[in-house]
Design a protein around this ligand. Structure first.
Ligand code: ZN
Length: 247
């Protein structure tokens, strides 16, 4: 991030795990300071923690969430030289798996400024091998139409995009999974604080939190398509049309 010219820092924090155990983590925060005052701040997040080693088992976490972190790094490289009509930050969060702690801490440290509209774009599990080749954009009920119209301007030969604000809908399309997609990842820390958010992911993954979450189970072409799609979306993002706070 530093090499790309971003103002970057480690953001250490501590949190309580279980009842009494004090744990620590650190986010990586990189920001491109705009050359002129802007009214909007787009904050991309991807958690870089995973289950890691448990006993003799290694949980590599290729989809959850090396896929999101790789996309974050790619996007940071793409936008390092671009003048965007908003401030952009890239945050690799820690301690997502045991309670979204890194994202919660990051949100708690945002300067209170009502004149700046914040949008979180969260990337988590972007590389599920799916026959239906669908990328989900999960957002708030209030924002879904505005988001839909911006996403429909982007074309892809291979990937289908599904905008939804309903966990029920997303579960129905995902082998009947039973996931609260609003709370499932770091975007919830932003949602809870009243900020707009978009969660990009490919939905239910049978390898989630299994040792089989490996590169060999990833459809790499589909993943690249998904990341290209998100890149285009950010390039064309019109924040003035996405200003409704999400709840
Ligand atoms: Zn995850």
């Amino acid at each position: 991030m530093q090499q790309l010219g971003y103002q970057s820092q480690l953001q250490p924090f501590s949190y309580t795990a279980g009842f009494f155990t004090e744990m620590s983590g650190q986010n990586v925060v990189a920001t491109l300071m705009p050359s002129h005052p802007v009214k909007a701040h787009v904050i991309l997040t991807a958690h870089y923690d995973h289950l890691g080693k448990q006993g003799d088992s290694l949980y590599a976490g290729a989809n959850d969430n090396a896929s999101g972190v790789s996309a974050l790094l790619f996007l940071a490289a793409q936008f390092a030289e671009t003048i965007l009509p908003f401030q952009i930050s890239f945050v690799a969060t820690d301690a997502e798996e045991n309670g979204l702690h890194g994202a919660k801490f990051f949100v708690s440290q945002l300067p209170p400024d009502d004149s700046v509209t914040i949008l979180n774009i969260n990337l988590d599990m972007l590389a599920v091998s799916r026959a239906d080749k669908t990328l989900y954009a999960f957002t708030s009920y209030a924002q879904r139409h505005a988001l839909q119209s911006q996403l429909s301007a982007i074309t892809s030969d291979t990937i289908k995009i599904k905008v939804t604000s309903s966990s029920n809908t997303m579960n129905r399309l995902n082998q009947g999974s039973n996931i609260d997609w609003r709370r499932a990842s770091d975007h919830y820390a932003f949602a809870k604080a009243g900020f707009a958010y978009i969660y990009f992911g490919m939905g239910y993954d049978p390898h989630h939190h299994q040792r089989s979450d490996l590169l060999s189970n990833i459809d790499q072409n589909l993943y690249i398509e998904a990341v290209n799609y998100i890149t285009q979306f950010i390039q064309q993002l019109d924040m003035t049309k996405l200003t409704e706070a999400a709840q």
